[in-house]
Design a protein around this ligand. Structure first.
Ligand code: TXA
Ligand code: MG
Length: 321
């Protein structure tokens, strides 16, 4: 059941409670409607990808209340702070290396060592972030492959029954997504043109924005800087070889594991949403334990399984060269 309500104070209070419980709320921003979850809860963020039918885990934008909140998550260099002062609140998203101790879950960042942050200018979005007291991860509130929604009715067409609540704030003023600028390279890169014009940004920066590397255009957020585990992953494993740890799904490999074998099960019950929520954290755990080789159980290619397999394939291909 999806509640659709005008974005007044009572509805925003209810929406914040839904987010706090790990639910999904679509809300207006000044650009387009966002499909929000508490950015610190991997299992809630997993539901975003599920609702959108996303074929891969694109990193999401963390919507924050103020510049202090942005700096708690992202290590913003001087130039980025200058842009923030000029454009926030507003339709500019800044990608920067993670700040130490940041709270955004791995899944919302697609495992990247960077994070995208912005302070939206819409009063309903601001009130919702404030009421939750934590960053809200939100991609545009459309099914994957559809255009971004600028009315609550558009959101309902795509996501009714898949989100817990839609806050109706009328038509979004910009109707175009935010401009994304990355500060992860030597000079600022325009990752996506959007509602904040390039010229205005370059004027504040006092320099031209660079074009993204070709790989970044083909797969934003999936470039060589993308987090890849040090461990070598052997996909679709039916057994655990000597010396391997296991990344299991639905207990498929667990029965053959010796007492010394480390087995992390993405979802013992075979739930793909739970598996997505655990994926990045478990890959990191293998690295933290200095595991070199991991047998990965077959994950079914339905629902979120497609995105999980996409990510697992990328993580394993890297080790073949
Ligand atoms: O206006 C907007 O930006 C809307 C509203 C809801 O805020 N949101 C939006 O989100 O358009 P989405 O998920 O549709 O697009 C976010 C883009 C993706 O292309 C993603 O790859 C990129 O941001 N992105 C997010 N984090 C990134 C990161 N750490 N590195 C590179 N790209 C990143
Ligand atoms: Mg989108």
């Amino acid at each position: 059941m999806t509640i659709i309500a005008p974005a007044d104070a009572a509805a925003i209070g209810k929406a914040a409670a839904i987010l706090r419980d790990g639910g999904l709320v679509a809300f207006p921003t000044e650009t387009v409607y966002g499909l929000g979850a508490d950015a610190t809860l991997a299992w809630a963020v997993a539901r975003i990808y599920d609702a959108k039918d996303r074929p891969s885990f694109n990193p999401l934008i963390a919507h924050v209340a103020d510049i202090e909140a942005a700096r708690r998550e992202a290590a913003l260099p001087e130039l980025a702070l200058r842009l923030a002062a000029a454009f926030w609140p507003g339709p500019l998203t800044i990608v920067a290396p993670l700040a130490p101790g940041g709270s955004i879950c791995d899944l919302a960042r697609a495992g990247l060592p960077s994070v995208a942050v912005r302070i939206p200018a819409h009063p309903a979005a601001q009130a919702l972030i404030e009421a939750l007291g934590r960053p809200i991860a939100a991609p545009s509130a459309n099914r994957s492959g559809h255009v971004s929604p600028v009315t609550a009715a558009h959101v309902a067409e795509d996501l009714a029954g898949k989100v817990d609540m839609i806050l109706d704030g009328g038509r979004t003023p910009a109707g175009l997504e935010s401009t994304i600028v990355s500060f992860c390279e030597a000079s600022p890169v325009l990752l996506r043109p959007g509602a904040a014009p390039r010229e205005a940004i370059e004027k504040i920066l006092g320099e031209k924005l660079s074009a993204p590397a070709r790989a970044e255009i083909l797969a934003p957020g999936m470039t060589p800087s993308h987090y890849a585990p040090a461990a070598r992953l052997r996909l679709d494993a039916h057994e655990i070889n000597a010396g391997e740890a296991a990344l299991d799904f639905g207990g498929r490999l667990a029965t053959q594991a010796g007492p010394e074998t480390l087995v992390l099960d993405l979802s013992p019950s075979g739930d793909l949403v739970e598996a997505a929520a655990n994926l990045f954290a478990y890959l990191r755990e293998f690295d933290a334990r200095a595991i070199a080789n991991v047998a990965v159980a077959h994950v079914p290619e339905r629902g979120l399984g497609e995105a999980i397999n996409d990510r697992l394939r990328r993580a394993s291909a890297r080790k073949l060269d």
